[in-house]
Design a protein around this ligand. Structure first.
Ligand SMILES: Cc1cc2nc3c(=O)[nH]c(=O)nc-3n(C[C@H](O)[C@H](O)[C@H](O)COP(=O)(O)O)c2cc1C
Length: 169
């Protein structure tokens, strides 16, 4: 799949087959995350790779819209390090760029994935800190549930010329 096709056909996948994902693919997805642009090239991210069934189940309870983690063989929490990047808005943008890179990489490798919002929802941040031993200077920003897809979704055309403003608004 080339990049153009990946961008146009990626969809959120929330149903997964009970097949584990190889170490090699996990590393490639993490590599895609770390390849993202970041403000002043600070690369403030950390990734918590969760495969433990009990932990994934617990996250699906903590997070109100993460039921699919009960089936997903893999969750990756993307966090930002406030000692590396002190501006929270940049942490969020940098980690979001990493998250999108990872979604596209997963799709490229025939996996399905969905972005789960964490920041700025304090109850989710607090519960994940406790469950996954995340230190205070590390900010959980987003999570991705990943697995081999057990649903098919058609591409959606979202091109909207009304949202384009040439030269001036
Ligand atoms: C910041 C953010 C937070 C999201 N949080 C959730 C979530 O908690 N649970 C979920 O199932 N999907 C979540 N999504 C996925 C969106 O629902 C999805 O991207 C959107 O409906 C468009 O569908 P598509 O991804 O198939 O193109 C989130 C997406 C973003 C960008």
């Amino acid at each position: 799949m080339d990049l153009w096709e990946a961008i146009l056909t990626r969809r959120s996948i929330r149903k997964f087959k009970a097949i584990q994902i190889s170490e090699d693919l996990i590393e490639k997805i993490l590599r895609a995350g770390m390849q993202a642009p970041s403000a002043r090239n600070k690369q403030p991210w950390h990734f918590v790779v969760v495969r433990n069934r009990e932990l994934l189940n617990q996250i699906s309870v903590i997070h109100p819209y993460a039921y699919m983690l009960k089936e997903a063989p893999l969750g990756i929490l993307i966090c930002g390090d406030s000692k590396i990047e002190i501006t929270i808005e940049y942490i969020v943008q940098d980690c979001s760029a990493a998250t999108q890179n990872m979604l596209l990489a997963a799709h490229n490798f025939g996996l399905g994935a969905v972005w789960l919002g964490i920041y700025p929802r304090e109850p989710r941040i607090k519960a994940l800190r406790e469950l996954l031993n995340i230190p205070p200077h590390i900010i959980p920003v987003s999570m991705i549930a990943i697995g081999y897809p057990d649903e098919k979704k058609s591409p959606e055309n979202r091109f909207n010329p009304e949202r384009i403003h040439y030269e001036k608004w």
